[in-house]
Write a protein that binds this ligand. Structure first.
Ligand code: GCU
Length: 713
């Protein structure tokens, strides 16, 4: 095998950080260009997988050697120019690629081509994936393009990481959390702070690029203004330089009221200047954005959590979310930047049902008639970034009613990869089936005349095909930490992997994604693949739902930590933070009535879903308690009454975990000793904690139901 990457050095990346260097003792190397990164991956990947030396050639010379792999663009490569026509490449767009098996006489070779260097890099990873998962490598005629343009991670560096080297407990809300990047204030010793690049940044970059991630917001949504100071910006530039060859761009979370922070003196605003349409407000953000762009030419823009959970926002100054988002959007539009404005808001004054609040605030702004005759006030460079469900990343939620409802606004879907509510770093929970369920849920969205849209799954809304949106985005709250394996639990890597694959193509089958991941992570042995995919990963999410929050019961976690059960808790200062608010347990039954007889959240959905969810006889059982207060004796589809069904779910969920532990034990001979024992230890904790969920919840519900626990097994 010869790897040919033509003219790689013509594609130098701009480097702004003169002293960018790897930390002493590093084994990774900084890349000078994207095509160099592609070549490195091929050499490393082919060498490792084929277990033989791989030759590298800058160009094919007069004849392409038999067995060669040629990578490039029409611009960089003579071979690509010769074998791939412009109109064949055109449809794959900026990030897509072609992989072709070609021949010349008796010599056969493979060409991997993109319109851009990044497209060629993605093609390279796809080719290596085929090799690693034992898929055919001959007669290839692959053409791939992502369905969603902006595939971002949001990195909450100070919260909910669960991926640090500190394995104690479940990973706290704050404090030592193992953030992956070392900035001045994260406490690492100064010698290891950026601009010094650590191996793990490049390992993470390679992992992200291998699944097509295009951007990362590097700090928590509860943002620290330090990230906007010159010292930090210099460090961010270094990070951007290190990640750029992998096609990964940077964004920042900002605090809306940053302009009044005295740390920026003398460049600060008064409270009066904080009106989002005030030229001083817009000029301030424009100046900040320009500083960032000077240091980071391809800087994406800002992620904003405003008027949510104590974060400041336009409402503090008498304006709404539309005004606030647009004020910032106007400021950064001339620089080509975007605003990702989060819709995770739940101001109690808006409605007594927390789940209704976001739509009530954002819907009217999207609907608003504009002076020019169009509808919708949000500007074109604003994305409304909306969590998949109306509460907060629970293990199973109904879709957020805003999907399909925001016809006139760019909408980004926010998923949580880090397992805040899905077992953190202790439980094995493969999330791809959940994301698949979300993305393939039918919104039954209609057009202005009330006709059902042709394409109307959540995935169609997100990829723009439902309502003709040209700019599209999907965002994953990520779980990268300083743990050796990046994610803490070995199986949490599968979630990062799956997120990238599904962000690229949401129509994929999650079992196929699991299959690929298992082959690449644990091996291609049929036994291992079947056991891990089928008996462990694919049922793990449904099992977790069953032993934590079955049949659509909302948030039942003990305060703040969001790991263990707390169904009886009602002490938190905000009513809507308490499990009792969500379970509404009483002698009649369990669950929150959001049907027309209750809060009528159901009316926020399109008519078909409104009717389906609003009626206890037609609501899917797995969402039942999100929408209804379910009587203990209600007959269920299994033939059991609700109480018995509920108890059975808790028990069957734990049984599945026991099954996972046994399956894993049976694979001891097939898995390397270290990873085998690390996963085994996690599964033991997992099983005990799952049983705690079952026992705590079932015995608490029994106080209300007064019925017997008839559990099998
Ligand atoms: C959850 C999480 C918070 C986070 C918030 C958000 O509530 O517990 O830590 O800040 O989501 O998404 O903004």
């Amino acid at each position: 095998t010869t790897v040919i990457v033509e003219n790689a050095d013509r594609n130098k990346v701009y480097r702004h950080t003169p002293n960018l260097s790897m930390a002493p003792g590093s084994t990774e190397r900084l890349m000078e260009s994207t095509l160099e990164a592609a070549r490195e991956e091929l050499v490393r990947g082919l060498g490792g997988l084929l277990d033989r030396e791989v030759r590298v050639s800058p160009g094919p010379g007069s004849r392409i050697p038999h067995g060669a792999v040629v990578v490039g663009t029409r611009e960089s490569s003579r071979v690509v120019r010769r074998y791939v026509a412009p109109d064949e490449l055109e449809p794959v767009g900026d990030d897509g690629y072609l992989i072709r098996s070609l021949s010349n006489g008796t010599r056969r070779f493979t060409v991997i081509a993109g319109n851009t260097d990044v497209g060629a890099l993605y093609g390279t990873f796809a080719f290596l994936r085929r090799l690693q998962t034992h898929k055919p490598l001959t007669e290839l005629d692959i053409s791939e393009a992502p369905r969603v343009a902006n595939r971002h991670l949001n990195y909450w560096d100070t919260e909910r990481l669960y991926a640090g080297n500190n394995e104690s407990g479940t990973g706290g809300l704050n404090g030592e959390n193992g953030a992956i990047f070392n900035f001045a204030a994260t406490g690492a010793s100064a010698a290891l702070n950026l601009p010094v690049v650590l191996d793990r940044y490049l390992v993470a970059a390679r992992a992200m690029a291998s699944v097509g991630i295009t951007g990362i917001t590097i700090n928590n949504v509860n943002a620290n203004n330090a990230y906007l100071t010159p010292e930090y910006i210099a460090q961010e530039a270094a990070l951007a330089d290190a990640l750029r060859p992998y096609g990964i761009k940077l964004a920042l979370s900002i605090r809306y009221a940053a302009p009044v922070d005295p740390r920026f003196a003398p460049d600060t605003l008064t409270e009066e200047q904080m009106a989002p349409n005030d030229p001083a407000f817009q000029a301030w953000w424009n100046r900040k954005a320009r500083q960032l762009q000077e240091a980071i030419p391809d800087f994406i823009g800002f992620t904003v959590k405003a008027n949510s959970e104590g974060q400041p926002g336009p409402q503090d100054f008498g304006y709404d979310h539309g005004d606030g988002a647009n004020g910032m959007a106007v400021a950064v539009a001339p620089l080509g930047m975007k605003i990702y404005w989060r819709t995770f808001v739940y101001n109690p004054d808006v409605d007594s049902d927390r789940l209704k609040r976001a739509y009530l605030e954002f819907g009217p702004i999207d609907d608003e008639a504009q002076p020019d005759g169009t509808k919708g006030r949000f500007l074109d460079n604003v994305f409304l970034q909306t969590k998949n469900g109306p509460l907060d990343f629970q293990a199973r939620e109904p879709i957020h009613p805003m999907f399909g409802r925001m016809e006139n606004t760019n909408q980004a879907l926010e998923l949580q990869i880090t397992q805040e509510y899905t077992g953190q770093n202790r439980m094995l929970c493969f999330l791809a089936p959940m994301w698949e369920e979300i993305l393939k849920t039918d919104t039954y969205a209609t057009d202005a005349r009330g006709q059902l849209l042709d394409k109307r799954l959540v995935g169609n809304v997100v990829d723009g095909t439902a309502q003709n949106h040209s700019d599209t985005a999907i965002v994953g709250v990520a779980n990268l930490g300083n743990a050796d394996n990046l994610t803490g639990h070995h199986f949490s890597q599968a979630n990062l992997y799956a997120f990238g694959r599904q962000a690229w193509d949401w129509t994929l089958d999650s079992a196929d994604i699991a299959d690929d991941w298992v082959r690449m992570t644990w091996g291609n042995d049929r036994n291992v693949v079947d056991a891990v995919v089928v008996a462990m990963m694919m049922g793990s999410w449904e099992a977790l739902v069953s032993y934590q929050t079955p049949l659509g019961i909302g948030h039942q976690f003990t305060a703040d930590v969001h790991y263990g059960p707390g169904p009886s808790e009602s002490h938190l200062p905000r009513e809507d933070w308490n499990p009792t608010y969500y379970n509404q347990a009483d002698s009649v039954g369990l669950g929150y009535d959001r049907s027309p007889t209750g809060s009528n959240l159901t009316a926020q959905y399109f008519p078909t879903l409104e009717a389906r969810y609003g009626d206890i006889d037609t609501v899917p059982e797995n969402l039942m308690m999100w929408f209804h207060h379910v009587p203990w004796d209600r007959p269920m589809s299994s033939g059991r009454i609700f109480w018995d069904e509920l108890v059975d779910r808790y028990y069957s969920g734990v049984r599945y975990v026991t099954g996972m532990r046994r399956t894993w034990d049976s694979l001891e001979a097939d898995i390397d000793a270290r990873r085998f024992s690390e996963v085994r230890a996690k599964l033991a904790l997992h099983e005990a904690d799952a049983a705690d969920w079952r026992d705590t919840c079932v015995s608490y519900w029994q106080e209300f139901s007064g019925r017997e626990i008839r559990a099998e097994g």
